[in-house]
Design a protein around this ligand. Structure first.
Ligand SMILES: O=c1ccn([C@H]2C[C@H](O)[C@@H](COP(=O)(O)OP(=O)(O)OP(=O)(O)O)O2)c(=O)[nH]1
Ligand SMILES: [Mg+2]
Length: 156
């Protein structure tokens, strides 16, 4: 996809924990910058915990930060994020926190301070107004939702 929009300016980052690294891309062109855990923690099977990343950012108006899990940790250990993708509003200036969850049914996950636990993706976002109407326009889908088009797996 090409875009005539100019690239976003660099995003200001405050390190609330000066010993943790700045968010970085593992490779040039990667969509996400990795975020680190500010604490050591052990997450038992099935448990969740809100974990600080030690950074705060100033996203430009008209963008959003999305907090996604890291695929490797998800596949290897079952580590995910409860509210994935987490939404970082452009006006938010507090510490970015990640609501980690251990989806493995048996094994705990041990995380050390400085481990990369999630990734932040910055996207442009539309900010439309909403207007109340009496009727919506007709479409072929209409009110059909939640599997109305078929093709879903059989339960049990
Ligand atoms: O993974 C996340 C998700 C959110 N936030 C912060 C930034 C975001 O701008 C704020 C609010 O998030 P959200 O709108 O998803 O939560 P809410 O429950 O609707 O809270 P609020 O009433 O503050 O909007 O919390 C994080 O640090 N990490
Ligand atoms: Mg909200």
């Amino acid at each position: 996809m090409t875009s005539d929009l100019p690239p976003l300016p660099p995003i200001a980052v405050r390190r609330l924990d000066p010993d943790l690294p700045l968010p970085t891309r593992a490779h040039p062109g990667d969509a996400g910058v990795d975020l680190c855990s500010a604490i050591d923690l052990e997450l038992p099977a099935g448990r969740r915990q809100l974990v600080g990343t030690g950074i705060a950012i100033a996203l430009p108006h008209g963008t959003v930060g999305l907090i996604h899990p890291r695929s490797g940790l998800a596949a290897r250990a079952g580590l995910s994020i409860v509210n994935t993708p987490g939404t970082i509003d452009a006006g938010y200036r507090g510490e970015i926190k990640v609501c980690l969850i251990n989806l493995d049914p048996e094994q705990s996950i041990t995380i050390s301070r400085g481990d990369r636990i999630a990734q932040l993706i910055v996207q442009r976002v539309e900010l439309p107004e909403f207007v109340e109407v009496d009727e919506l326009d007709e479409t072929s889908r209409g009110e059909g939702g939640y599997g109305s088009s078929g093709g879903h797996a059989i339960l049990g």
